[in-house]
Design a protein around this ligand. Structure first.
Ligand code: MG
Length: 501
């Protein structure tokens, strides 16, 4: 059976855009309109507007499961996120859809596993400044679906789904964009210090990341010491601007991804050091955003979600975060790579508490579209579930299973409390992947750190998860790869390696 699973891996997927992509895009745009019927006219939209929540998704970069006070960190102070957790729901088993940046973001915004839309690759694991591709135009994003429901839409922060004009947020359903279009460690200047020195003592000029306003570059290199504050300022500006209509704000911070930058106001404040300073500044920004919603009496009409794109980048020592008691971190399909903090806040509507059900960033699109009264695309496979029953205390999570892909390969499957690893590999090491037959099996309730393999004691669970994996893979058609297209000469051919996420 393990051979069957390996055979079924969507490995030999087409990695070149199909010649007829343009035609497909055009068709999909038409189809995209066709799958959103029943939204009603403008008058019915107006009547429903006050029942629809505003939606704010705050997405941290490389923040670990153990990096917030409300998730047990002993020295990083996050009073605003802790309050958000206390007033709303704190999920203990909430997952990003991938262990690195680009596929994780594609999954959140489309509600689809990255293998389906080509936003993953086994060696070029994320997009780089020399990348020529991005999220395909025929993918339907959460912003596009909410815009169809009459929402104002804004993207603030890290995009990382294609930095060339055809792929920017303004082409994917967002009315406006303000941010750095990829990771904050990219565009490193040739004369910056070699190796890790540029990270241990970072300077703005070492990383020539552009800052965009919509599709126009307004600053380069972006002043990263003020970027968290400026993203928060922009988010508050958007909230005030759209206070009288439903809005969707996607705020994706560039930090605490390395290199770590912090404003003078927060520098040196945290007992955790620079990494703690950075997280505490993000927390303060969340406090300002929630405070603005309260001031405008929008708190009872706004769903705010806080999570992270992938686990902590452990290879950066004290500049990387913590996955707490979970195993491994960013880049890995062990729990630390993909289990994230997951907070949901909507005072007066969400039933406060700690939720131990399964949830994923894949579920945000169906959940938000349901809350907005929209309809999901019917012409494609979605991988998410509407989590409303859990948010409103009406029932358990519809998600029972989580698939753990490392790039294009299915490495592990969680079903209920059990997780089976068919393949493993260290997050960034030079080692090859290891196949396991029987798979490694862990009970994540008893053993969240994935230390004690119990496959031999539970052959029936192994058989069940194998069947789930086989059925899943038989239904996956890989999309044309978007991460292997490059612009001209690749800077990755230089000996200096850029960061992988
Ligand atoms: Mg990341």
């Amino acid at each position: 059976m393990i051979a069957e699973i390996c055979r079924l891996q969507p490995r030999n997927w087409p990695c070149r855009a199909r010649p007829a992509l343009g035609a497909l895009v055009a068709l999909a745009v038409i189809a995209g309109s066709a799958v959103l019927p029943g939204m009603g006219g403008r008058s019915s939209r107006a009547a429903e507007a006050d029942r629809r929540p505003n939606i704010v998704i705050i997405f941290a970069d490389d923040l670990g499961y153990g990096d917030l006070g409300c998730y047990g960190h002993p020295t990083i102070r996050t009073p605003h996120l802790d309050r958000m957790a206390a007033e709303g729901q704190r999920w203990t088993d909430f997952y990003s859809a991938a262990p690195v940046c680009t596929p994780s973001r594609a999954a959140l915004l489309t509600g689809r596993l990255p293998i389906r839309n080509g936003m993953c690759h086994d060696t070029r694991r994320v997009l780089f400044p020399d990348s020529a591709g991005g999220l395909p135009a025929d993918e339907i994003t959460l912003a596009e679906l909410l815009r169809e429901c009459g929402y104002a839409t804004a993207c603030v922060g890290k995009w990382h789904l294609g930095h060339l004009p055809p792929y920017l947020p303004t082409r994917q359903g967002f009315d406006s964009y303000f941010g750095i279009p990829y990771s904050n460690d990219m565009d490193r200047t040739p004369d910056s210090p070699r190796g890790r020195e540029a990270f241990w003592h970072p300077k703005i000029e070492y990383f020539r990341c552009p800052l965009l306003r919509d599709e126009r570059e307004i600053e380069r290199p972006a002043d990263q010491t003020t970027i968290t504050r400026r993203y928060t300022d922009e988010a508050i500006r958007i909230i005030r601007q759209h206070k009288d209509r439903p809005f969707f704000l996607y705020l994706a911070h560039n930090l605490p991804h390395v290199p770590l930058f912090v404003s003078s106001e927060f520098a040196g404040r945290s007992a955790r050091g620079l990494y703690g300073d950075v997280v505490e500044e993000i927390d303060a920004g969340v406090g300002r955003i929630l405070g603005t919603l309260r001031e405008l009496n929008l708190d009872s009409r706004t769903l705010v979600v806080f999570t992270s794109d992938n686990g902590p980048w452990l290879t950066f020592d004290q500049h990387g975060g913590s996955a707490g008691l979970l195993r491994e971190g960013k880049g890995s399909t062990w729990e630390g790579g993909m289990r994230e903090p997951g907070l949901f806040w909507w005072p007066g509507r969400i039933k406060p508490g700690v939720v131990q059900d399964l949830g994923s960033t894949l579920d945000l699109l169906p959940t938000c579209v349901a809350l907005a009264g929209g309809k999901l695309p019917a012409d494609r496979t979605l991988d998410g579930f509407d989590l409303s029953p859990v948010l409103f205390g009406r029932g358990p999570s519809p998600r029972k299973t989580m698939f753990f892909y490392r790039d294009t390969r299915l490495y592990a499957v969680r079903h209920g409390p059990y997780k089976a690893h068919f393949l493993t590999r260290s997050a960034y090491g030079p080692d090859a992947e290891q196949r396991h037959d029987p798979p490694l099996l862990y009970h994540l309730g008893h053993d969240p750190g994935e230390k004690f393999d119990i496959a031999k004691e539970h052959p029936e669970v192994v058989a069940q998860i194998r069947k789930i994996a086989d059925e899943h893979l038989s239904g996956v058609t890989p999309g044309p790869c978007q991460l292997d297209k490059t612009i001209g000469k690749s800077p990755r051919k230089e000996k200096r390696k850029p960061a992988k996420g």
